[in-house]
Design a protein around this ligand. Structure first.
Ligand code: AMP
Length: 217
């Protein structure tokens, strides 16, 4: 089963996708995480992706699509995956459909995590991320038990450079321009489900589990 999770930056999709993937025993494929790993490892892909990421732009479709299709070939993603942060453009959505169709597979659901713009801007400032496991925290809404340390793995927390106010605002504009059409693309294919992302993490989690026919733990 392949599921796409769509949401603006700071909509909470990363946090939710990770938990949902665990609960549903599906691979979690997060393009933002894959790019950040490549940047950290200093690979050619990382070097090229960083040029876009630092400006809050989307990485070129060709690079992104090739990376995801390669990732979906890995054994853990063959039975299904939750795609987090991909597709973000119509071209990516079409390429994903083609790649899955070639394997006699398709997107079962596209979940749109809807959050008002003012809430997104509030959330984007104050976000901290674990350097080691990528868990996310927020100074106000979800502070770590110990300042600067990850609750999950004890890793060091850092603020993403692209969460700086001007870049964060630009990422939202890019999202509205390029990713909102993707939501309509999936609506047209009758696989879109909207979930209210402007609730507590636990409430959103329960709504998402309900979409998967699972009862929240
Ligand atoms: P995220 O962690 O999902 O907010 O992604 C961080 C950054 O990685 C984005 O601002 C883009 O520069 C890049 N990125 C992640 N996913 C994609 C995608 N599907 N297409 C293009 N760029 C992406």
């Amino acid at each position: 089963m392949y599921v796409v999770l769509i949401g603006a930056p700071a909509s909470g999709k990363g946090t939710q996708a990770k938990e949902l993937a665990e609960a549903c025993e599906l691979a979690h494929v997060a393009t933002g995480d894959l790019f950040r790993e490549a940047v950290q490892r200093g690979t050619e892909l990382g070097r090229r992706a960083k040029l876009y990421m630092d400006r809050g732009e989307l990485v070129a479709d060709a690079l992104t699509i090739a990376m995801v299709i390669e990732r979906l070939e890995e054994p853990d993603a063959r039975p299904g995956a939750i795609l987090d942060g991909f597709p973000r453009t119509l071209e990516q959505a079409r390429a994903l459909d083609e790649a899955l169709a070639a394997r006699q597979q398709r997107i079962a659901r596209a979940i749109y995590l809807k959050v008002p713009t003012e809430a997104l801007l509030r959330r984007l400032s104050g976000r901290w991320i674990c350097l080691h496991c990528q868990a996310t925290f927020h100074e106000l809404y979800q502070p770590p038990a110990s300042t600067g340390r990850c609750d999950r793995c004890g890793g060091e927390l850092y603020q993403r450079p692209d969460d700086q106010p001007a870049t964060a605002r630009h990422r939202l504009e890019v999202y509205f321009e390029h990713t909102l059409p993707v939501i309509e693309y999936y609506r047209g294919r009758s696989v879109l489900v909207e979930v209210d992302g402007d609730q507590s993490i636990q409430e959103v989690r329960e709504d998402l589990l309900r979409v998967f026919g699972k009862v929240a733990a």
